[in-house]
Structures are given as C-alpha cells and as structure tokens.
Design a binder for this molecule. Sequence first.
Ligand code: URA
Ligand code: URA
Length: 195
Amino acid sequence: MNTPVTEFTIEELADTIRKCQKCHLSRTRKMAVPGEGNPNSIVMFVGEAPGGDEDREGLPFIGRAGQLFTRILQSVQIDRKSVFITNIVKCRPPENRNPNKSEIDLCLPYLESQIALINPKIIVTLGSVPAKCLLNSEEAISRLRGKWFSWTGGIKIFPMFHPSYLLRHQETTPGSPKELTWRDIQELKRVLDTF
Ligand code: URA
Ligand code: URA
C-alpha cells in the first residue's frame, strides 16, 4: 500500500496544475498537461514538456512522438492506461523549445508531489532534459540511457531516449537509437515483472 504523504489527491493536484500561473508559459499555453494514468502505478514515465497536440488536448504524449511511445509500451505488453505518464514541465514552451532552468525549477514541485502521491518504484525519464534534471547530471543521454540509477526514497531511475529523437533516427541497425530503445524497453519490462 502506498502511504500518501500529501494532503491532496492526484486529481486535486491536476486541477491546481491546470490553473497554474507561476511562470510565463501559462500565458502562451492553451492547456496545461498535468499527466494521466494509473495513480498506483509502480512505474512513472517523465517526458520533457507538452508539444502542440498535447497543449490542445491537455493530455501527455498523444502527438506523433506520443503515438510512437504508446507503441513502444505495447511492444512489451504495457498498456499506457496501466502506468502514469507526465512531463517535467507541464506547459508547452513556445516553438517546442526545451524548457529552461527557471521554468523547470518553478514546475518541479508539481512532479515532486506527483511522485510523493504515486510512490513509484521506477521512474523512466524520456530524453535528455528529465534525465539530467532528476539525476543532476551533465552526462549525455546516450551515456545515461539503459542504466539503473538509485534515487531518493529507494526509487530507481531508468533513462531512455525521447521518442521524438527516434522519429528523427529511423534506422534499426545494432547500436542505433531505435535498437537501443528496443533493448531498454525489454530491460524495463524484465524488471517490472519482478514486482
Ligand atoms: N514530448 C514530451 O516530452 N512530452 C509530451 O507530452 C509530448 C511530447
Ligand atoms: N537528445 C535528446 O535531447 N534526447 C534524446 O533522447 C536523444 C538525444
């Protein structure tokens, strides 16, 4: 059983995020994207920030990269409804630029509250921004991905490439981003099956 350490529910937190005006991204967004999925999941997936499709719908990972991500999960029989999916920054940065440090710093308490409420065993970071932020590392994502890192509260962090990076690198030869991601998702599934 997870013991909630915060006095609000994941849905109440989502409502707070939808109304957030802590940073200037709130002035250019259409909708904030709190995240969605199973609040009792043992794994959380953390992307970078919403893109255009997510901004319009208020839901994470539903555009082209999101559809690829959903298929990656399905390839190892993970239903996306069974896990929790969110981003490090909850509002779309203009022109889909990477979120900057002040945007990340202001938004991070929301992710920390989600982690406290969900109490996952594993956090999978997607792409370089969430990996570097949570691991406080300057190491390249190509060196971080596919490795297990111990984090606060006994949580393990498992960095993977971002699905939009895979869309730009379609080759599947050994050592290519797609092939490495195929190995990573199977490693994740192997460990999930031990719980
Ligand atoms: N890319 C992300 O990092 N997150 C989304 O929700 C969509 C695209
Ligand atoms: N660069 C990124 O920002 N993300 C990836 O997943 C790979 C390269």
